[in-house]
Design a protein around this ligand. Structure first.
Ligand SMILES: Nc1ncnc2c1ncn2[C@@H]1O[C@H](COP(=O)(O)OP(=O)(O)OP(=O)(O)O)[C@@H](O)[C@H]1O
Ligand SMILES: [Mg+2]
Length: 404
């Protein structure tokens, strides 16, 4: 097994006369020096998590289908989660006796006419974990979710959801799965309580009144119970939708962009609830376009044009991307961006706030490009840890995500 490769922050490039400290000069007029690097020490990144890699090999994507089970370790709201191999979740499911994998499907494929919306996807989610489902618009997330919960028939594929054959036993799967649709789909002219009551009737749930009251309390909706759903803001609508899909005590939650258009505080509250539910052993697959939400997941699946492109923890996905990222700050950064686009070794150039991120796979080509275009300007150039967003931009740009 090769030694873990460090993620970012290994080097800093600085202009020769920009700062005191006498770094070594190079032929190109830059000074390059190693900063804060220690062999083998995990590097922290700008987003605050530490890259940690277990049993990984550079360049190979990580599979969760190798028989290990993982659990949330040192969980903190807002902190990205690491998973550890070799031990398992305290709970097998909401009632503690479920299968080891809540979702375990292989070769999932869906065609609409000639279009292949989902192409040969394998997903195995250990029971009790929270997985993020990411990919550009139209990449196949909703289609995949709808196949998993039996609302859409797969053209190909085999496997199980909650231990049931996902092709043959969709009724059982639906009974134990909560699906939150991408678009709010409740009755706008009913109150929150009436909506929940109606859903409870549809499912013929026993002790309906008590159950609705308890759910209202549980999800912080009690004080708004008489408010019409149509009058709710986006965040409260999402909360109602989550409450409705929790009523029948599902073991698996499939949430399709549940926080789209919701403000940061409401999104945080929502995620706190997701993690509370996960703490009870409920498995969650949640699609999102938000990077901060992706970092709250145990693992991420990234698809593009129906293909599964990357799978693993945030740290694994970043490391396996092989991307190296430099940042450029200063007045001339915008002009530099134009020059760097298309330069040899420069895969993409994008602004994150006032800083330009320049990423590529070949360090020497990247350094040469920066040296030739920024050599005489008064720019501050440094190496940064590649962020998840850098990786996703690159995966999206590759279209099929063919990383080297
Ligand atoms: N019922 C349908 N008939 C024909 N094509 C469809 C149908 N549903 C989805 N598609 C196509 O399948 C592809 C995947 O769509 P899907 O809705 O799964 O993407 P998505 O990843 O959920 O996108 P978004 O992030 O915009 O929600 C798209 O090209 C879409 O146009
Ligand atoms: Mg969708």
């Amino acid at each position: 097994m090769s030694a873990p490769r460090k993620v970012g922050t290994g080097f800093r490039i600085r202009r020769a006369n920009s700062q005191a400290g006498a770094p070594q000069s190079t032929e190109t007029g830059f000074r390059i020096r190693r900063a804060n690097s220690q062999a083998g020490a995990p590097q922290s990144t700008e987003t605050g998590f530490r890259s940690r890699r277990a049993n990984s090999q550079a360049g190979t994507s990580q599979s969760t289908e190798t028989g290990f089970r993982s659990r949330r370790a040192n969980s903190q709201a807002g902190a990205p989660q690491s998973t550890e191999t070799g031990f398992r979740s305290g709970s097998d499911g909401a009632d503690g006796d479920g299968p080891p994998f809540a979702v375990d499907v292989r070769g999932l494929t869906k065609r609409f006419g000639h279009k292949v919306a989902v192409n040969n996807i394998d997903i195995a989610i250990p029971t009790g974990e929270v997985w993020g489902f990411l990919g550009p618009n139209g990449s196949g997330k909703t289609t995949t979710i709808r196949m998993l919960c039996g609302l859409l028939e797969a053209d190909e594929g085999e496997g199980t959801c909650l231990g049931y054959d996902f092709r043959q036993q969709s009724e059982q799967i639906k009974r134990e799965t909560g699906y939150m649709t991408q678009k709010f789909s409740f009755w706008e002219d009913l109150s929150i309580r009436e909506n929940l009551d109606f859903v409870a009737r549809l499912y013929r749930l026993p002790d309906r009144r008590k159950l609705v009251e308890a759910t209202l309390e549980d999800l912080g909706l009690f004080h708004r119970r008489h408010q019409m759903a149509g009058e709710l803001s986006g965040g409260w609508k999402q909360r109602l939708a989550l409450a409705a899909c929790m009523l029948h005590a599902p073991k698996l939650l499939l949430l399709d962009e549940p926080t789209a258009g919701v403000d940061p505080k409401a999104r945080r509250d929502f995620w706190d609830q997701i993690h509370q539910l996960s703490g009870r052993g409920i498995t969650v697959l949640v699609s999102t376009h938000y990077m901060d939400e992706a970092e709250r997941c145990d693992r991420i699946v990234y698809i593009n044009v129906g293909h599964l492109i990357a799978k693993g923890t945030v740290a694994e996905i970043i490391e396996n991307s092989g991307l190296i990222t430099f940042t450029v700050a200063g007045d001339g950064a915008r002009k530099l961006a134009e020059k760097l686009r298309g330069a040899p070794g420069v895969e993409f150039v994008a602004f994150f706030g006032a800083k330009l991120h320049v990423s590529g796979y070949d360090r020497s080509l990247l350094e040469a490009a920066l040296a030739s275009f920024a050599g005489d300007s008064d720019l501050i150039i440094g190496e940064a840890a590649t962020s998840l967003e850098d990786v996703f931009i690159q995966l999206q740009q590759n279209r099929r995500g063919d990383t080297p």
